[in-house]
Write a protein that binds this ligand. Structure first.
Ligand code: C2O
Length: 555
């Protein structure tokens, strides 16, 4: 295995989309950011130097960070931010993972522009469990705001109103031809006939789950969140923020007329019809002659044939849940599904939105002038300001930083299927759950539907988990566990908790440290839909969190 060195200079760069030029915070002047490539077993070292006025941290989304939690990246959870003029070296080894992940800023809303692919190839000589693709292409979804990112962030955090709707979704940074003033800002995927391409799909968007499809082509899903799945073929797929999906694209067997263009498109899935932007981002799939020595006939622009895919409608929950249910672990001898069979620690967490009183001197846009809040078991999580949870834990200085009384069950249970009750007040706190090393954990996530008009993509840092069950309505602890799939449940790091429904996950707490769990819709995270787990050290040296690096930033 190798050591891969990267340098991330955080600096401003003018970028124009939809005829609006903005000075964006970027890595190395690139938007989206650079791709990181490594192999399973490699060490990755990234020196991040902050040249902008905002504080920054980078998170390696989905990387397990075994014993190396100091390099996980969420601000005030595992580290203090990298301040202006300062630097921090992230240094981690990729253990037992291969596939597509991504990296993104993990402070405030900076991941709106700071994100990029993280590709982990198998070890040399180890093949994919599918035929070797001809080429591999990352397809990263994001969002573009015409307003200054600072303004967008300030609005979301201060006004406490509905989500700030972006002006466009993007594919590899480009909104594509269906938006005004965007025809030239289009990603083009040039392919040859009769070949297989591996598309590495990444949803780095801030606030929207997305449907994705390519006109006249089928896609074979082979991996999610850097775990192989049983292959299945579909025209359309669903991907939530924080999720990654590898698909095989088999191109048409013979080259179509050179004037044919096939639209690659994505647009949101949301269960409610609130203030959602239901526009479509797109890219173009274009065939090239297989033999490049054959001159391509000139394209007659007026006769271009543009094929468009049919995407499910905004609120097509039936499609979403059917798609999700098709995802299964490979569960093969080479890639077994090591699902916890018995459970040491059981938790039932409600996740959802609610409201808090409006702070003094502010005008809030929630119902009756309240401020929107979001919570887990009615606790709206506050980040510490002068240290990180991991430092407080490691140095035994948790007093005044966090408390260990995060409730294992909701403080305020009710029927989650009817009209939500009026009492939507949540309390603020920095509460954690402490887990002994290697405990097997079962966590049921129940959506409360309070003000709830969309699913919550819950992301767990430091672990993959198995999705052993899901359903709509109230979770029934005496009936539902009998239906759990312990044979080949999908293994992943981000799962959509359906609006008005539940998801049951299981994992082994085999990674010592402090691990954030939150909704990957940035607006919900900001409102408090987040909490943290503290996993204690085990007895063996290989089961202990290593000491912090000497350049760990100070608050
Ligand atoms: Cu991709 Cu805590 O995030």
């Amino acid at each position: 295995s190798l050591t891969r060195h990267y340098k991330f200079d955080i600096k401003l760069k003018n970028v124009t989309r939809l005829c609006h030029t903005r000075s964006l915070i970027t890595v190395n002047g690139k938007f989206p950011g650079p791709k990181i490539v490594a192999r399973e077993g490699d060490r990755v070292i990234v020196k991040v130097v902050n040249h902008v006025s905002s504080n920054v941290t980078i998170h390696w989304h989905g990387i397990r960070q075994l014993q190396s939690g100091w390099f996980d990246g969420p601000a005030y959870i595992t580290q203090c931010p990298i301040q202006t003029g300062q630097s921090f070296v992230y240094n981690f080894t990729i253990v037992g993972q291969r596939g597509t992940l991504f990296w993104h800023a993990h402070i405030s809303w900076l991941r709106v522009t700071l994100y990029g692919p993280l590709v982990i190839l198998p070890k040399i000589g180890v093949p994919y469990p599918f035929a070797k693709p001809y080429k591999e292409v990352p397809i990263t979804f994001g969002e573009w705001f015409n307003a200054d990112p600072e303004t967008v962030i300030a609005q979301a955090l201060q006004s406490g109103g509905g989500p700030n709707v972006s002006d466009a979704y993007t594919i590899n940074g480009f909104p594509g031809p269906l938006y005004n003033c965007s025809a030239n800002d289009t990603f083009k995927l040039k392919v040859k006939a009769g070949k297989t391409y591996l598309l590495r799909l990444i949803n780095a968007a801030l606030n929207d789950e997305l449907f994705f499809s390519i006109a006249n082509h089928s896609l074979t899903v082979v991996e999610v969140d850097a775990i192989y799945v049983k292959p299945f073929t579909t025209k359309t797929l669903l991907i939530t923020p924080g999720q990654t999906t590898n698909v095989l694209l088999h191109t048409l067997s013979s080259t179509p007329s050179p004037s044919s263009l096939f639209l690659i498109a994505a647009r949101p899935y949301a269960t409610g019809l609130g203030t959602f932007d239901n526009t479509t981002t797109s890219a173009l799939l274009q065939y090239q002659p297989n033999n490049l020595s054959t001159p391509q006939p000139p394209t007659n622009r007026t006769s271009t044939l543009l094929f468009k895919p049919v995407l499910p409608s905004l609120n097509d929950t039936a499609f979403a849940s059917n798609f999700t249910s098709r995802l299964r672990s490979l569960a093969s001898p080479q890639f077994p599904a090591v699902v916890p069979r018995s459970v040491d620690k059981k938790f039932f967490f409600t996740v959802g939105l609610g409201t808090n009183p409006c702070p003094k001197n502010q005008t809030c846009q929630g119902p009756n002038g309240t401020k929107f809040a979001a919570s887990v078991n009615n606790v709206s999580f506050s980040l510490p300001a002068s240290t990180s949870l991991l430092q407080a834990h490691f140095f035994g200085k948790s007093k005044g930083v966090y408390t260990t009384d995060f409730p294992a069950n909701p403080l305020f249970p009710f029927n989650y299927t009817g009209t939500p009750p009026n009492n939507t007040f949540v309390s603020n706190g920095t509460k954690v759950v402490v887990l002994p090393f290697n405990a097997s954990v079962e966590l049921v996530l129940q959506d409360t539907s309070i003000q709830g008009i969309e699913s919550h993509p819950l992301h767990l840092h430091g672990f993959n988990f198995f999705v052993v069950g899901t359903g709509f309505g109230n979770y029934n602890p005496s009936k539902d566990p009998a239906k759990f799939n312990l044979a080949d449940p999908v293994e992943r790091n981000t799962i959509g908790v359906p609006a008005g429904g539940w998801v049951a996950i299981r994992f082994f707490a085999d990674n010592p440290g402090v691990w954030f769990m939150h909704c990957h819709l940035e607006v919900h995270t900001s409102w408090g839909l987040r909490m943290a787990w503290v996993v204690q050290d085990g007895l063996l040296p290989s089961q202990k969190l290593l000491p912090p690096p000497s350049d760990l930033p100070k608050c």
